[in-house]
Design a protein around this ligand. Structure first.
Ligand code: F6R
Length: 608
């Protein structure tokens, strides 16, 4: 999604901003732009990659300056054109700004501003904000920004400069992340810490309705009503190496292969030395309320929702707590029932997904205890939940979520066992489950050793435009996730569903040679899955099965088999999803797609 970088200090802003934009490229965008203040304002924009913008800048040698703003745009209002790319300017006061988010009342504001003689040159909602700030400007940029933001509804993270104030940068936020990195006589502001850490690890996040005025000699933080605010400083922990590719071709590939190490981190210190109990430090304060919970609602979007669906099976099966899963985008507008004893758990990699944040706020307003299962440390969600458990899988750069998914399932398994043991589960059963859980990273390494075989199998089917992914029980959500992975990076149409659902309509799709991926691991519904496989086979479908090592029967039913080690059924999705991630990756590479920058997608969806 859109990215912001802004700088005020003593170094040339131009290179620094471009380098910052490069660090944000992984988030997905379609155009980019930069504005630097150096006596006058220079604005350069380009459709396409940051490299296209950089090429244009190289041709322009006549500007320098130590104050500037930059942006990568992911189109929401207005098509992908140079005119619609940020930064945008007003037509009166020399205002220039970049914006993430959506100004919802922009048509009303636009009409008002047009009546006052302003002429718009773009199709964007952002230009309206630039004009509004210009309209209110009376020699004080901070006051004009505060005044304008009191008029707008919607979501924003903005960075604003003004030709008439060459020593001031003003930034603000509501509902879209923004962070100020504090260096020596310099500040670098960004929507994602990855653009800050190369310069400083001291930073503070803006809270909703915060406005920060930055000058080289100091900053002032207030609300849009001009009430002073004391920022909460934090130490950024991002390791820049984690954001480098190393020996891998793509971040997605790197992240698939680093899952065993990532999951070792997720578990580390969370299982007691005797292996009979679980420690989740973040939940200690609410332990009693959690153990007595009457109902859980897990809310998320996309891949995180698939992890939450596995969480539903885990919480009901192991902890025996009635659990539901709901798309955050539906939950937030649905007038949901939150009774006494309801715990709402938001599941998210970024901790910034707009719909999940809104669902969380809705749940809190209605009195639910709100937990987060989140990866990004210090993200809005991690600050706004009552308590939570971090995934600890490290930054996920690939747009297609992989290690965050397995991390989310792992944390939900830990949480389920934490509650199960405190509610009713015997010590022996818990010990056995924990031993199984601890064996996941080693077993996953064995799955990854078969990456070449997964490639060979994938290449047999890569020309096919329609695929099915089918599973039952714990591996029904795994099927959904397999289909989503394939769609989003290879652009092959894929549908995931419970294997039994196929007979209720989708079976009509099966024609000669259609690839059907079955998760057919040993477990309570194995025989039923075999029946479903036969239904596909008898109609000409080509079955690819993900099966358990040592299963000698499956090869008679499937054309191709991808084996995973045996593991307790509730944990099987964590292993079974890995060959599906690899398949999606190999299919995208074979089709020549940009795996880390799939078309139309953004890494974190910060608008609804
Ligand atoms: C798919 C993917 C998305 C995200 C979804 C939620 O590979 O990454 O479906 O899972 O946008 O994002 P988070 O987890 O950041 O809330």
């Amino acid at each position: 999604m859109c990215g912001i970088v802004a700088y005020i200090g003593r170094k040339p802003a131009r290179e620094l901003l471009i380098e910052g934009l490069r660090r944000l490229e992984y988030r997905g965008y379609d155009s980019a732009g930069i504005a630097v203040l150096d006596g006058g304002l220079t604005v350069v924009r380009a459709v396409g990659r940051v490299s296209a913008l950089s090429d244009r800048l190289d041709k322009q040698t006549d500007f320098d300056g130590t104050l500037g703003i930059a942006h990568t745009r992911w189109a929401t209002h207005g098509t992908v054109t140079e005119a619609n790319a940020h930064p945008h300017r007003d037509d009166k006061a020399g205002i220039c700004l970049v914006h993430n988010g959506i100004i919802e009342n922009y048509t009303t504001l636009k009409r008002l501003l047009e009546d006052r003689g302003h002429r718009f040159v773009t199709e964007t909602d952002t230009e309206v904000l630039a004009m509004l700030i210009g309209e209110l400007y009376e020699g004080d940029l901070e006051a004009a920004v505060q005044g304008a933001l009191r008029e707008v509804t919607g979501a924003y993270a903005i960075a604003v400069i003004c030709e008439r104030e060459p020593d001031t940068l003003v930034v603000a936020r509501k509902g879209s992340p923004l962070m100020v990195g504090v260096g020596k006589d310099e500040y670098i502001v960004a929507s994602d810490p990855s653009a800050i850490v190369a310069h400083t690890t001291r930073a503070f996040p803006l809270e909703d309705y915060n406005v920060v005025r930055l000058r080289r000699d100091g900053i002032r933080t207030s609300t849009i009503d001009n009430t002073p605010v004391t920022p909460k400083m934090m130490q950024l922990e991002l390791d820049l190496e984690q954001a480098e590719l190393g020996q891998f071709q793509h971040f997605m590939q790197k992240e698939i292969f680093e899952q065993p190490a990532a999951l070792r981190n997720t578990i580390r210190g969370r299982i007691t030395p005797h292996g009979d109990s679980i420690v989740l430090g973040g939940l200690t304060r609410y332990s009693k309320e959690l153990v007595r919970a009457r109902r859980m609602i897990l809310t998320a979007q996309g891949t995180a929702l698939h992890a939450a669906m596995i969480g539903e099976y885990l919480l009901e099966d192991l902890a025996r707590i009635p659990t539901e899963v709901e798309y955050a985008s539906e939950f937030r507008y649905r007038n949901p029932i939150i009774e006494d004893g309801t715990v709402v758990i938001a599941v998210s990699q970024s901790g910034e997904t707009a719909d999940t944040l809104a669902a969380l706020a809705e749940a809190k307003d209605r009195g639910a205890l709100a937990l987060g299962v989140v990866n990004a440390v210090g993200s809005t969600m991690s600050r706004e939940t009552d308590a939570g458990v971090y995934l600890r899988v490290g930054p996920e750069i690939g747009v297609a979520s992989t290690k965050a998914f397995t991390g989310q399932v792992m944390v939900l398994a830990l949480l389920s066992l934490y509650l199960a043991r405190r509610r009713h589960m015997s010590r022996e059963r818990c010990e056995w489950m924990l031993a199984e859980l601890a064996s996941v990273p080693d077993k996953m390494e064995r799955v990854l050793e078969q990456a070449d075989h997964v490639r060979e199998v994938t290449l047999k089917y890569v020309e096919r435009e329609n695929w099915l992914f089918l599973g039952r029980g714990y591996n029904y959500p795994t099927a959904l996730e397999g289909a989503l992975k394939l769609k989003e990076i290879s652009y092959i149409h894929a549908e995931g569903m419970p294997a039994a659902e196929m007979k209720h309509g989708p079976i009509a799709l099966i024609d000669d040679g259609m690839p059907a991926v079955f998760i057919a691991t040993k477990g309570s519904q194995y025989d039923k899955v075999i029946n479903n496989i036969e239904e596909v086979r008898s109609r000409g479908g080509h079955v690819i099965a993900v099966a358990t090592e040592g299963d000698t029967e499956i090869a008679q039913h499937a054309r191709d088999v991808l084996y995973i080690p045996d593991i307790a059924e509730p944990l099987s999705p964590i292993l079974a999803v890995v060959p599906l991630q690899l398949m999606a990756y190999e299919a995208a590479v074979a089709r020549g797609h940009d795996v880390d920058r799939p078309r139309n997608l953004a890494k974190s969806v910060t608008v609804e």
